[in-house]
Design a protein around this ligand. Structure first.
Ligand SMILES: [Zn+2]
Length: 339
């Protein structure tokens, strides 16, 4: 059916008039309806005015410019620790516009089909409670209360041999190398959706054992602590690892802490991270299809046994990768879907 999708503005809607520029902001061309449709409606307006009865002495009105007010919609006003919400803005051009979110992270809008999108991820360590999501670009501003909801994460005590700890967590150079690596890649935001449909498990049908869940607060035997922001999937060494979705390999190398490591860029700031691999079957720069072999499970780096450490970042923050399985980022959340 042609009218399969109808726009609704009933979700969370804020209409603000724009008058001046911030980051190159100008009242954008209407994003709904093609140019052809617009010129058609303009001509039908002229026809109407020319057929007005003679008794109408009102001054001919200038053809109104089709000015649409910017609207902001949120996928939800509630978001759980370890999840993310989506902001969509329409009727304004937000190219190059960024703002600081309520957790202190710089966020940038990316365009798709005339709508501007931004993901707001919530890190595991975030405090539950009410926050204000707000941004101002020129005279266009938006503010909304967002509730971060609680989630119970498990705790874990992990015994690691002193020699392994010495070579990894306790080695300042190894840690610095990891920090440099992480900062370099985490905020990459390719402004295109490279994924293809829903995310799938990286071990395919293999019945792995989840040895450490996402969000586990871990204490190592030397007293060091960390949020384990990924899912550990135990499987025999050599078990094939497949691309959780299509994308570009932006890193496929060995690192002291994470061993053989692969990052796939899926676009719009979404990336999957794979650590401790025994073998790398891809190289930096490769494009991979969802389900394509990328490597093998191993136990390289800071690891106590064969497993895949599998994480997904959204906007540079690790979110629950298992919650992403069988889903894809929904850019059309603000539309009513009909049969
Ligand atoms: Zn892990």
């Amino acid at each position: 059916m042609k009218n399969a999708r109808k726009t609704i503005f009933a979700l969370i809607l804020s209409a603000i008039i724009i008058t001046s520029s911030g980051c190159e902001i100008s009242p954008s061309a209407p994003t709904i309806g093609s140019d052809a449709e617009l010129s058609q409606s303009s001509s039908s307006i002229s026809e109407e005015s020319s057929s007005l009865p003679e008794t109408d002495f009102s001054e001919p009105e200038a053809e109104p410019e089709p000015i649409l007010t910017p609207t902001v919609l949120l996928s939800s006003k509630e978001v759980q620790r370890g999840s993310y919400l989506t902001v969509a803005v329409q009727n304004i051009d937000l190219y190059g516009c960024s703002f600081t979110d309520f957790l202190g992270y710089e966020r940038e809008f990316r365009g798709k089909d005339g709508i501007w999108y931004c993901f707001i991820p919530i890190k595991t360590a975030a405090e539950a409670g009410e926050y204000t999501l707000s941004f101002t670009f020129g005279d266009f501003s938006y503010s909304e209360t967002v509730t971060v909801t609680e989630r119970d994460f498990p705790t874990q005590y992990l015994t690691v041999s002193p020699s392994t700890l010495e070579e990894t967590l306790e080695d300042a150079a190894v840690r610095a190398a990891f920090d440099e690596f992480f900062q370099k890649y985490r905020y990459k935001n390719t402004g295109a959706a490279l994924w293809n449909g829903e995310f799938v498990l990286p071990l395919g049908d293999y019945k792995y054992k989840e040895t450490t869940a996402y969000g586990t607060f871990r204490t190592f035997s030397n007293g060091a602590t960390e949020w384990h922001n990924a899912t550990d999937m135990a499987a025999p060494g050599g078990t094939p690892v497949y691309a959780t979705n299509s994308g570009r390999i932006i890193f496929a190398e060995y690192l002291g802490l994470t061993g053989n490591t692969i990052i796939i860029d899926h676009g719009y700031g979404i990336m999957s991270w794979h650590y401790h691999l025994r073998r790398l079957d891809v190289s930096t720069g490769d494009m991979v299809e969802k389900g394509e072999l990328i490597g093998e499970v191993g136990t390289t780096g800071l690891s106590t046994g064969n497993h895949l450490h599998f994480g997904i970042t959204v906007g540079g923050i690790f979110v629950d990768p298992m919650a992403m399985m069988g889903t894809e980022p929904d850019f059309d959340f603000w539309m009513v879907k009909e049969e």
